[in-house]
Design a protein around this ligand. Structure first.
Ligand code: PLP
Length: 507
């Protein structure tokens, strides 16, 4: 494909995308395919000769779309939103075009490998420093500034903002799972060093075996996975009747564990749990973590976006106690996946934990303190120019536009909540604070499981369940940018109709 064809195909693709999104509600939100459906539709091998572009595009509708769950459909009410907007998609195109791997501000060394050359009289690889080259200063610098913009929108404490005299800063990770893992690994490293400073005779393996991390029993599964990957114990703190962790329960567990010779080192608080959007009491938990020398990480994957609205910002009070904080603009801030923003109070905690400096990545500015090498802040080396999406979206929506988006979705959730509350056959299972409503038919878990099965099979709306206090609960999350009151009313009619059929049958 040359530039001329790319221009033509690009325009066609933009039209296809706009048509897809404009007409998405005509498609069944949930696919009707059996596992393995796709393998039978495509060849077993990649083509030897180039395929024809028109055929590929036809196959998108024939092969791909039938198996797509349409997350951008206004009838998609499952999980949490997967943010999407035209400005973010355009920025992603540009990111693809620039195609840089912005792992550091600059690399001074451009390296090539030379194999077995007479010139070097050696039979292995040599790295040869040829010239001074930039990896992509704009990629790094725009990211730092965007994280500052967003941090200021959230009114984060100054120490998280890079462009101040503080020691912190922000980074884009791919997912909240990665942010949690990074924070846990950094905390683990810090804890081991601290113990060994005062007890140099203690071996790292022995210290590691005593470390304990904590999270809410309602925390996302990625938090438990972080402890498994990090090779440390994790204890789940029971929640109160709002599904939130309070200070008392954590304190009790810490006392027990210290008495047993364990070393508490990390607590992951959740603001906006996946099941019910509950908020751990970080104003109580933060001081405890600080007193106990424990790293407090805050996972606000979904709810974090709402903190740009002054009316939701009080839920973030206590952030000043946190060592790290993360949320996903790719959930609720109109920035397409992936864009998970993470701030740390002391960037040295994270950079210093995993620093490896091969010659081919070194550059003269790295020790100057003027530039950030994001490769030290994350697990992979390579990274995309994701801050372009933030820049486009922030500029084209403005803070007011983004606030309006959040508020609209919360109003829609409240509308759905009112519909549920008005029907005596149903109950609301958790306080509705943001865009998530947890509800169920009064009755057995089996009844609610059947209801959800029928909803899924109808393929007209899509919801997923959760478990709260042992009950099977349906989650209704307002997700799509284009969902409006009509879609919410339609969804409720669908749910009540299927419920009626279910209640009238003998299941
Ligand atoms: N934390 C919470 C509270 C979530 O709700 C989710 C996903 O919904 C995650 C973490 C995982 O997010 P990610 O897919 O970005 O790792």
């Amino acid at each position: 494909m040359d530039a001329a064809e790319f221009r033509r195909r690009g325009r066609e693709m933009v039209d296809y995308v706009a048509d897809y999104l404009e007409n998405i509600e005509q498609r069944p939100v949930y696919p009707d395919v059996e596992p393995g459906y796709l393998r039978s539709l495509i060849p077993t091998e990649a083509p030897l000769e180039p395929d024809n572009y028109d055929d590929i595009i036809k196959d998108v509708e024939r092969i791909i779309m039938p198996g797509v769950t349409h997350w951008q459909s206004p009838y998609f009410f499952a999980y949490f939103p997967a943010a999407s907007s035209y400005p973010a998609m355009l920025a992603d195109m540009l990111c693809g075009a620039i195609g840089c791997i912005g792992f550091s501000w600059v690399t001074n060394y451009c390296c090539v490998s030379v194999y077995d050359t007479v010139f070097f009289l050696c039979s292995s690889y040599f790295y040869v420093c040829l010239c001074f080259q930039a990896a992509s200063p704009a990629c790094t610098e725009l990211e730092t500034v965007m994280l500052d913009w967003l941090g200021k929108m959230l009114k984060l404490p100054e120490h998280f903002i890079a462009g101040t005299h503080g020691h912190g800063g922000g980074v884009i990770q791919s997912t909240a799972s990665e942010a949690t893992l990074m924070s846990l690994l950094a905390a683990r490293c810090k804890a081991v060093r601290r113990v060994q400073e005062t007890n140099p005779e203690r071996l790292e393996a022995e210290v590691l075996s005593k470390l304990v991390a904590y999270s809410s029993e309602q925390a996302h599964s990625s938090v438990e996975r972080a402890s498994l990957i990090g090779g440390v114990m994790m204890r789940k703190v029971p929640t109160d009747n709002t599904y939130a962790v309070g200070g008392g329960m954590l304190k009790k567990m810490l006392e027990e564990d210290r008495a047993a010779g364990l070393i508490p080192f990390y607590f992951c608080a959740t603001l906006g749990t996946t099941s019910s959007c509950a908020f751990d009491h970080i104003t109580e938990l933060g001081p405890i973590c600080n007193e106990e020398n424990m790293w407090m990480h805050i996972d606000a994957a979904y709810a974090g976006s709402a903190f740009i609205c002054p009316e939701f910002r009080p839920l973030l009070n206590g952030i000043e106690f946190a060592d790290s904080f993360n949320f996903n603009p790719h959930k609720w801030l109109l920035i397409n996946f992936d864009c998970s923003t993470m701030w740390v109070k002391k960037r040295q905690d994270i950079i210093g934990a995993f620093k490896v400096e091969p010659l081919y990545l070194k550059h003269e500015n790295q020790e100057s303190g003027l530039v950030t090498d994001y490769r030290h802040w994350q697990i992979p080396l390579g990274r995309r120019f994701r801050s372009l999406k933030m820049w486009f979206v922030f500029r084209l929506y403005g803070i007011e536009g983004l606030q309006a988006h959040i508020r609209k979705q919360v109003v829609l959730a409240k509308e759905f909540e009112s519909l549920v509350r008005a029907d005596k056959r149903f109950e609301i299972c958790a306080e509705v604070v943001m865009g998530l409503v947890c509800f169920r038919l009064k009755g057995s878990n089996e009844l609610n499981q059947l209801l959800l099965k029928r909803i899924t099979e109808s393929r007209t709306i899509h919801l997923v369940p959760c478990q709260l206090s042992g009950l099977f609960v349906l989650r209704f999350a307002v997700c799509s940018r284009v969902t409006d009151s009509g879609h919410v009313q339609h969804a409720w009619r669908q749910i009540t109709q299927l419920s009626c059929e279910l209640l009238q049958s003998d299941h």
